[in-house]
Structures are given as C-alpha cells and as structure tokens.
Unconditional design. Sequence first.
Length: 433
Amino acid sequence: MGIGLESLRRARFMMRWMLAIGLAVLGTVVSIAAAGDWPQYRGPEHDGITAEKIATNWRQHPPRVIWSIPLGSSLGSISSGGGKLYAFVKQDADEAAVALDPATGKQLWTTVVDKTIIDKDGGDGPRSTPAFNDGKIYVLGTYQKLACLNAADGSVIWKHDLNDEFGGKEPAWGSAASPLVDGDRVFACCGGEKQSLLAFDKNSGKVVWKGTSEKPTHAAPIPATIAGVRQIIFYTQYGLVSVEPATGKELWKQKFQFNVSSAASPVMCGDDLVYVSAGYGSGSGAYQISLADGKWTSTEIWRRHGNKALNHWSTPIYKDGYIYGLYGFKQFKTEPLKCIEARTGKEIWSQDGFGQGQVIMAGGVLLATTDFGDLVLVQPTPDGYHEIARTHPFQGEPKCWTDPTVANGHIYARSQTGAVCLDVNLMTTGRAE
C-alpha cells in the first residue's frame, strides 16, 4: 500500500511538471506568434496599430533600456523587417538609409540617397520613414528622390528623381511623406503636371501609371478598402483623392482646406468614414464614403475649425468608434491627448501635457510619446483619461516628434538625433497588468 501511494505522488508530480512545461512552451509560442515587425510608416496595417502585446507593468518593472545610440538627425521613425531595423538620417550634408542590428543598435550598412535639408526651425535631415517589403527597402527623400535598396546590404536596386523625371516640386520644409508599399506597387505624390500621383512596380521601378496635377502635402498616402474596393487615399493640397491601385483611376475626391502644411495622414474610422486634419487653423473633419450604382460619393459628417481642433503632424488612432490623438498647434510640452467621437466630432475628454509628440497602439493599449521624451501608456477608453504608466528613456529634453515603433517585444523610439531600444517582452519583463 505504501509503494502504491508513493507511485501515485510521483505520478501527480510528473503530471504537474509536464503541465507547467507545456504552459511555458505555449506561452512562448503565443508570445512569438503575437510578436511581429513594423515594416513601414504607421505599422503593419498602415493605421498605427499592432496586435502585439507588450508588458505594461512599468510601475513595478520599468522597461529596461537595452541600448541608446546617437543617430543622424531625422524626423522619420524606425521600421523593422528581415531581422534588421531601418532609419533614414542625416550624415554630413547627405541623407542616408541605414540598417541597424536590433540587439545592439550597431549600424550594419549605410547608403547615401541624396543631399539633405538644413532647417533650424523644423529640424535638419530627412523627414520620412523607410518601408520594408519582400527583402527590399524603399525611401523617399526630402527632395523627392525615391529609391529601392537591397535590405541585405543597402545596394541600390532602382532609383527615381521625381522632380527631374516627373516635374515634381516638394512642399515647403521638404517632402515628409513616406513611401507607401501596397501589393506589388509603390505609391507617391510628387506634384508634377498631369503626372503627380505615381505608382511604380516595387521590383523593377517601372512606372505603372501616373496622372493628375495634385500638389503634395507632407502627409503619407494610406491604403483602404471601402465597399469592398481596395484604394489608395492621397492627402493633397486639394484635399483627399482616392484612386484605384492598379490603374490610378480616380474613385472620389473630397475638398479639404489646405493652409501652409498638412502632415497628419488620413485615418480610416471603421468601414466607410475617413478622418482628416491639417495644421495652421485648418481643423479637422470626417467624411462618409459610399458607393451606389457604380458612383462614389463623399458626404461631410462633421467639420471643426481652429487650432484646438487639429492634429499638426501627429496622426491619431481609431478604436471602437473613437479617435485618440494629440491636438493643438505648436503647443510644445502642453498639447493635450484627446478622445474624439468619430461620428460626431464631439470631444469626450482631454488631458494636457504631451506636446507635439505621437501616438500608436500596441496590443490594445495606447503608446504616446511626448515631445520632451516621455513614453506614456494610456488605456484607450471614452470613460476618461486613464494613464497606466510612463517612462523617460532619453537624456535631457530632446525633440521627440516621431512615431515610436513596437516590434518583436521591443519599443524603438527616436529623438531628433538619437534612438533607444526598450525591452517590453512579456516573457522577459513579466505579464501585463
């Protein structure tokens, strides 16, 4: 009888041990499955959102800074793919695409694309973010040089001068629109007469189509699927212009006030509502896009004017009927994070103290950067402002105007002249709250 009890105890112990190991392995698999890359501006789906969950218990376990490096001046953010990070930066008088080792921040290769801009007010260096796709990197420079590089070594695969070849003209302060890769094409707006909107074959660089005479803004185009139809929405100085990706055929247009600069990209709010905003008093608005009997229409749902009702260069996030973003104009260190009802434009709540930073969402949690270098976790809910935690990984008070990146268990954040990597992996830092 004693031998039987001992055998039973051992069997139970082995079962518990095997269960624990199984759960640990499952947890690792789930963590790996939930992790991913941030391949281009505004993330995997071009909306500033990743499903990847990150550790949020920063009050008990502040995220560890894995590396902090100087990085050439830039107003573009960091992208990831193919086991590397990518940035577009100022090097001497030029702007260069660089690849970084995610583990150390060490530069793996550097490729000069063009001369760069010197701007004491807005900041020196390129303004856009590289796009990674299928082993290639795409960059669009300040003076509208569009280049495709080999992600393995930075060698140039193809290159276009959009100004010289297509009669383009960059807006004041230089081009800031990141290239958009969607399907097998790369999209850009250069401002040339009857050849402003452009689509290139992503592999060969061959022009697929070109058309219209729209003038560019600093805002990057976005892809969208409305009424079951895939389309590319450009934010031009006229307003919103939507085209067929395959042909460039215009689907619909929506006039929106342009005044000096428009830098925040449009935002899809659900299936058919497009939100748009611009600086210098232009304000914000929402437009319902519909298709009936083969005809597209855009209907204004609401419109707000003035500097308190706009996103200057920070593109907001949409979630469950609400828009979360940084509002105001040149209110450095004080600009508020707001929650806006998407269908009405009604302000639900506002929290001061963010400045001209940015906001993305990872695993259902907002990650906002302040322009003075704080990283802030916020619960995206219309019930009110609920801050989860914050950290300050930068030294001093740098100019942090770029989107942070969440990729493979890490946050990669930029100041104008540096970059940091923070460990927010659930397996190494503990579970989220």
